[in-house]
Design a protein around this ligand. Structure first.
Ligand SMILES: Cc1cc2nc3c(=O)[nH]c(=O)nc-3n(C[C@H](O)[C@H](O)[C@H](O)COP(=O)(O)OP(=O)(O)OC[C@H]3O[C@@H](n4cnc5c(N)ncnc54)[C@H](O)[C@@H]3O)c2cc1C
Ligand code: FES
Ligand code: FES
Length: 1351
């Protein structure tokens, strides 16, 4: 039967304004509507799948039961517009504005320096704002929960959390109180910890200007629209229908209508939260012609309590379920609430708050996702499903048949789930849920589990047992046979062993199972069983005397449950981090109006927070604009036989398909084409592009372009394959000094080792995007791009179109994060879009969605390193030979440069007389890897530090002793013969170890490890010598253009792109000092090739330094011109002088130029001065690992950095903290997976885990060394953009230290192969024990793996 004709009127409110829409397409999401129809571009799109929080808005509905509105944060990208009838939406624009009033939430996040690029900020603001609407004085736990679903790639979260903490009722100050000292009770402003050397004087830690914050008054918030209250109090009972081109949405007004409709359309899905359906129905995905929304059926939201359990309506959101469970748990006796508690615990880690607010219990249960957190617990908890249809009601058990999706245990046609019944637990019944994921928060579990046991009264015999697992295969599974066989057995170690054996036999995870990590997941099956066994025992033994202590060596083999082992069974906690940021205060003699050296807020901070900061895709649509989407290769190496666009061209809205033949000029280079011609070299290579009226039409059409391929050989993916097949992109780079072979012979010992470092995805929050606008008449083009290198975009577009550079202007307002990933790719994408614009004569917008961005653009080079090191027993290294191979992908790109930087920087902080470093870039059939913060150093230096750690282990010395012994001590020359002074390096190192109290910390960690067989703590410190700048003189130049207008206002333009690092802020600080004009009189508009030509990419940590010198030069020129006027009228104002200058026909516009540092490298001789200067630093981290699951928590990190004289300590500390956390992600959680066919499998936040707020160390202290002077750089400042990245490796080595402690307990040998990232999988599998020994091993080569290693 066709759906009812015609569309109803949809009524909802946005920011207090009524919206009525009749012509609604059910496929349109709230996010699209806000951005496209209402022009509310503050709400951002960064993943489109609910996983990043950038699109968070507040949804409010009147709740007739309480008589009050209920406010929840939701991800607008997943919300169908049709679902909003009767709702009020608040976006970031509705919270506050710089034009009217900035809300305290917005003000505090900006003033706390919680914004860098600002792309995540509106989402953060909305999560915090919603929290405050519900809890005006939230707890820190509520704050952590509220932000768990929001990702930020720039700040490292600490300042965002700090800003949120200013609203909390239980704020704990700076976190130093544990050390007996806290900034909140410090005398005066001097916040240096007692006893810390050298830094006591003139330091400051006030990056949080609390005194300036406006007060927060919850009573001032807008009221809920009365019209919506009336609608909710007397709801319409008729069905509402909204019709689109492909999909019809029907929202029945009551249960009877719902059942009728479902009976007529049994195949139509019910949409509740749309968090399962939505991601699966993206434009190129599956289409359901009819969607049924039961949101207006109150029966589905009912919650009832009976004698034997809770019955929860299928329509209740997971957040409502949390409230229901919390209430019951607080009211009922503990023995009845075992299942409820297990569910409540699982819910805290299930997704982020936004998704839990949207997702429903019914949708969760019925989507039967394999890695469900709740279904295994519901299944073991004997939950039952209340099903309804026109034919009547029935009860169905949520059992193994249901989980497996068996037809007989599913819904019958026309049936819906009305509610879920969860029985109360019984006396001596225990229920637990378990999960292990890649990250502590906002991550789907690798394995989830539910376990329940009922012990017979008066004995410890098993009367009933139930075990279920999620995440193992296509569906969640149970182990009924194993449970059956264990009935009657006592709750003992022996039974546990038998249970493990039985479960491993019954629950199979096939070798090629999706998700990979097969042996790890098998291990988790039994590790969870063990944890459950202990938990039950703990409950049984509650109040009893502890058992006799056992020795550590048999605890791991047959734990006899000493108290400390039981205590270790809690999940690792998630806390809001504490810490201190310390920097040098400016000289008291410095004029108060001079902002240099002061922690000035990011110029766009408030605009980021109010959503008024305009990013590339926020630019309004221009007349007749087209959207572009890319067709990419599905083969790793193939000849293109044909490209047939005919079917795509026939689709509605499609304007054209752009192929290589349409390019009027040059199609990239011979081996790196913009659009593929005859051959493709990797999956994800761009073949052609579709332009259409809308984004959705363009995306759909890409699926219809038929490409036929003929596969080619060879196909190479991994570094090892490339080495075997001699597949390289460029010649070897080599540096050598001393006599390595002779020194090996004289060494006391020689060891060899291998290091594998995985790649990294930039995961800038703003994906690649560009808008090309052809201008009528003169053949000119304006290009608005999110790029670090506008001149490169201009040049590439002009070459592609065969027009001179002067007809192409590239504009960059701001970039939502770059990290190196927007140096090269925007030029290629801009050029492809420009071809589309020229061919169609219309503006073209190309916005990559997250999946395509991750698929198409390369990232950090994976590395494989081999070292051979000769050393004395004292730890002094006599000779070191390192060979590195990086995976460059299919084209040269930056790989040769990365190899050079890698080799130049490998020595890090160490003076080793006999050295040999070699590096090569491998050619593989993967997307070409590119620049990424640190440019090879974070991977290479890990090899060096791993080698030092191995030497320390062999010498029986703490690694920091070996580091210190081999560190540069006095003025010396590097391996490439560049002289430098290591004084600041040694200062950073000494200060860091002292602040962190490394010896004391290590002793306490050792004591902890003695007591805890299943938890281990590790400590590590790393030093860093990071060279700043490009290794080429021509790259060290910059220009600026400064205009003074007759009203005295100043416009500053320079060649740097604003990526979030605050370059515009720093440039105005420079101009303000030079011109002696307050910053409020200065402005920067954008970076444009028309204002400052021939610029260099904003990269290599040198952007502010070089451009600042150019700005300084321009300002000094202007001031020189004004000098006679100022002399004549010394008492005059700036405005007087400018007026006089104009009268006297003195030019008020000046260019500035910086003819920068010399940098050269003679690779033949192995000598040069490739870098202008070094940044030094050190970090010390302490972690705790959970040996059973491989999870870790970062207890504390202390960082000391040498920033010279910081231009702006707030921005510099932000760079250090952000880079540190990005580094910690590289070394612990960010893991790329490729299929055996070379296709990237991890293409979004669900599969690729960048750090979340829960990954920030529980105590994070950052100290900038006292100012040091150098003539070389701008006001003696140093560029800190990249260096902090490597300091994240302190976390990696601390984890390795903890793993070593675990292995030592177990009598295992040291593992000489180092693999980064140290994921839970790797940590768990390294902490071998009887559980890892139990699992069946995969015979390599027997089954096709799910993913393949490439490093
Ligand atoms: C970013 C993100 C992170 C996530 N993280 C986790 C996680 O960590 N752990 C975890 O377990 N899950 C996680 N999930 C999955 C999430 O729990 C489910 O997507 C969600 O619970 C589904 O509920 P929904 O209301 O959105 O379902 P919908 O998408 O609305 O519907 C899903 C399916 O259920 C059917 N259905 C819904 N209601 C009924 C009914 N009453 N009767 C019959 N059929 C019905 C629909 O027909 C549809 O086929 C995550 C999801 C996202 C998007
Ligand atoms: S864009 Fe909506 S959550 Fe990422
Ligand atoms: S400031 Fe958070 S993503 Fe850039």
């Amino acid at each position: 039967m066709p759906p009812p004709p015609g569309s109803d009127e949809l009524v909802f409110f946005v920011n207090g304004r009524k919206v009525t829409e009749r012509d609604i397409d059910p496929e349109v999401t709230l996010l699209t509507f806000l951005r496209r129809n209402l022009g509310l571009t503050g709400t951002k799109s960064a993943c489109g799948g609910g996983g990043c929080g950038a699109c968070t808005v507040m949804l409010s509905r009147h709740d007739p039961a309480s008589g009050k509105p209920r406010h929840v944060s939701i991800p607008a990208c997943l919300v169908p517009l049709c679902s909003l009838h009767g709702a009020a939406i608040t976006t970031v624009e509705g919270v506050g504005s710089i034009r009217t009033r900035v809300h305290p939430v917005q003000e505090r996040i900006a003033r706390s320096h919680g914004t860098q690029c600002g792309f995540c900020t509106p989402g953060m603001v909305m999560s915090l704002y919603t929290l405050l609407r519900n809890h005006p004085q939230p707890s820190e736990e509520q704050l952590a929960d509220a932000l768990a679903g929001n990702l930020c790639r720039c700040t490292g979260y600490r300042p965002i959390l700090e800003s949120g903490r200013t609203f909390c009722s239980d704020s704990h100050g700076c976190g130093q109180s544990g050390a007996g000292w806290c900034c909140l009770d410090r005398p005066g402003d001097d916040s240096s910890p007692p006893g810390s050397s050298g830094l006591q004087a003139h330091v400051c830690s006030e990056l949080l200007p609390k005194a300036e914050f406006q007060p927060w008054d919850p009573s001032q918030e807008p009221i809920f629209p009365p019209e919506l209250t009336r609608m909710a109090e007397s709801p319409e009972r008729r069905s509402l229908t909204f019709r689109g081109d492909r999909v019809t949405w029907v929202s029945p007004g009551g249960l009877r209508e719902l059942l009728e409709l479902k009976a007529q359309h049994p195949e139509a899905p019910l949409v509740l939260g749309n968090t399962a359906l939505g991601p699966a129905s993206k434009p190129h995905g599956r289409v359901h012609p009819l969607l049924i929304s039961p949101a207006r059926v109150p029966e589905l939201s009912a919650v009832t309590e009976s004698r034997d359990g809770l019955t929860i309506g299928a329509g209740c959101s997971l957040a409502q379920l949390q409230d229901v469970l919390a209430k019951s748990i607080s009211e009922l006796p503990e023995e009845k609430t075992q299942t409820l508690r297990a569910l409540a615990t699982a819910l805290r880690k299930l997704a982020g708050q936004q998704v839990r607010n949207l997702a429903s219990l019914g949708g969760h249960v019925m989507s039967r996702q394999s890695s469900s957190d709740l279904n295994p617990i519901l299944a073991v908890g004997r939950a039952a499903l209340h099903l309804l249809s026109e034919g009547g009601a029935r009860l169905m058990p949520l059992d193994e048949l249901f989980l497996a999706g068996t037809a007989s245990a599913g819904l019958r046609p026309g049936e819906i789930l009305e509610s879920v019944h969860v029985p109360y637990s019984r006396k001596r019944e225990f229920v637990s849920g378990f999960r292990q994921a890649q990250a502590p928060q906002n991550a789907m579990p690798h394995v989830s589990a539910g376990m329940r046991v009922l012990l017979a009264e008066g004995t410890n015999a098993i009367e009933d047992l139930s075990i279920a697992y999620g995440g193992l295969g296509a569906t969640a599974v149970m182990a009924p046979r194993s449970c059956q066989q264990l009935l009657g057995k006592p709750w003992t170690e022996e039974t546990l062993d038998e249970a493990c054996r039985l479960v491993l036999g019954e629950v199979a995870i096939p070798g090629p199972a999706p998700g990979g990590r097969v042996e790890f997941r098998r291990t988790l099956l039994v590790s969870f069983l063990f944890r459950f066994y202990l938990q039950v025992l703990r409950e049984l033994r509650r109040g009893r005397a502890p058992g006799a202590p056992s020795t550590l060596s048999d605890i791991w083999r047959y734990p006899r449950l000493p108290d400390q082992s039981l205590g270790a069974l809690e999940d690792l906690p998630v806390t809001v981090p504490q810490g201190m940021q310390t920097y040098q205060r400016v000289d008291p003699q410095q004029p108060s109006q001079d902002p240099v050296g002061r922690p000035v807020m990011h110029l766009s901070g408030l605009k980021h927070a109010t959503g008024e900061a305009v990013f590339c895709d926020d630019l309004p649509r221009v007349d007749r604009e087209l959207s572009m989407a890319l067709v990419t290769s599905t083969r790793p190496h193939a000849r293109i036989v044909s490209v047939d666009p005919a079917e795509a061209l026939r689709l509605p809205g499609v304007a054209d398909v752009i192929t290589a033949k349409d390019i009027p000029g040059t199609n990239g280079t011979e081996d790196d084409r913009l659009l593929a011609v005859d051959e493709v070299l990797c999956v994800g290579q761009v073949i052609c592009a579709v332009v259409a009226e809308t984004d959705e039409q363009a995306k759909r059409a890409t699926e219809r372009v038929r490409v036929t391929y003929e596969d080619l050989e060879p196909v190479v993916f991994s570094i090892q394959d490339a080495m075997r097949q001699n597949s390289f992109l460029c010649p070897e780079k080599k540096l050598e000094q001393g006599n390595v072979e002779e020194a090996f012979e004289k060494a006391d010992r020689v060891i060899e080792g291998e290091v594998h470092v995985g790649g990294q995805e930039h995961f800038y929050m703003e994906t690649q995007r560009v808008l090309v606008i052809p201008k009528a008449g003169d053949g000119e083009l304006d290009i608005y791009a999110s790029t670090q290198d506008p001149a490169h975009v201009q040049k590439t577009v002009s070459l592609t179109l065969n027009v001179p550079h002067n007809q192409v202007t590239c504009h960059v307002k701001r970039v939502g994060g770059g990290f190196g990933g927007k140096v090269g790719k925007p030029a290629a994408l801009g050029a492809i879009a420009a071809v589309g614009a020229i061919k169609t004569g219309r503006a073209v917008r190309l916005v990559l969605d997250r999946e395509d961005d991750m698929l198409i653009t390369g990232g950090r080079h994976p590395l494989f390193g081999k070292y051979k090191v000769g050393f004395k027993d004292s730890g002094r290294i006599k000779a070191l030979d390192i060979e590195c191979y990086i995976n460059g992908g299919c084209t040269l790109g930056d790989s040769e440069l990365v190899t050079e930087f890698l080799i130049l920087k490998l020595e890090n902080a160490y003076k080793i007389r006999n050295l040999r470093f070699r590096g090569r870039a491998c050619r593989t059939n993967l997307p070409s890897n590119t620049a990424f913060r640190g440019f090879g150093f974070p991977q290479g230096a890990l090899v060096t530090e791993a080698c030092i750690t191995a030497v320390a282990a062999k010498c029986g010395l703490p690694p920091e002793k070996v580091r210190e012994k081999n560190m540069y001590k006095t003025v010396d020359k590097t391996i490439y013969k560049q002289a430098f002074s290591p004084e600041p390096l040694r200062q950073c190192w000494a200060e860091c170890l002292e602040r962190a109290d490394l010896p004391g910390r290590r002793a306490r960690a050792d004591a902890f490890n003695q007591q805890n067989p299943w938890r281990k703590r590790g400590v590590a410190a790393v030093p860093m010598k990071f060279s700043v700048g490009f290794a080429a003189t021509s790259y060290h130049q910059a220009a600026a253009l400064v205009h003074v207008y007759t009203d005295g206002s100043v416009l500053v333009a320079h060649g740097g792109s604003e990526l979030g690092q605050g370059i515009h802020t720093k440039m105005l600080q420079v101009a303000s000092r030079e011109l002696r004009v307050p910053m409020s009189r200065l402005h920067t508009q954008e970076t444009s090739t028309a204002t400052v030509p021939n610029t260099v990419a904003t990269a290599a940590s040198i952007g502010a330094d070089a451009n600042g010198k150019a700005v300084q030069n321009a300002c000094q020129t202007l001031l020189k011109r004004l000098e006679p006027i100022i002399k004549k009228n010394a008492e005059g104002t700036w405005e007087d002088w400018i007026e006089a200058a104009f009268e006297q026909r003195i030019s008020l516009s000046a260019t500035g130029y910086f003819r920068g540092y010399k940098a050269f490298m003679d690779w033949e001789k192995g000598e040069g001065e490739p870098f202008p200067y070094y940044v030094f630093g050190a970090a010390c981290s302490e972690v705790e690992i959970d040996c059973l699951t491989g999870a870790h928590r970062k207890l504390r990190t202390d960082i000391v950095m040498d920033a010279g004289c910081s231009l702006n300590p707030a921005l510099d500390v932000g760079q250090v903290e952000g880079a540190f956390l990005q580094g910690a992600g590289l070394y612990t959680s960010e893991e790329l997976h490729y299929s055996p066919e070379g296709a990237l499998l991890s293409r979004g936040p669900a599969e690729y885990k960048i750090p979340t707020a829960a990954d920030v160390p529980e105590e994070l202290n950052v100290t900038l060394l006292p100012s040091s002077q150098t003539q070389l750089t701008l006001y003696s400042s140093k560029g800190l953009g990249e260096s902090g990245m490597f300091l994240g490796s302190s976390v990696f080595f601390a984890i390795s230290d903890a793993v070593t402690a675990a292995r030592r307990d177990r009598g295992l040998a040291e593992d000489c192969t180092v693999r980064s990232p140290a994921t839970p999988e790797r940590v768990r599998m390294a902490c071998q024990d009887r559980f890892t020994e139990m699992i069946p091993r995969e015979d390599p080569g027997t089954a096709k793996p799910w993913s393949i290693p490439i490093a």
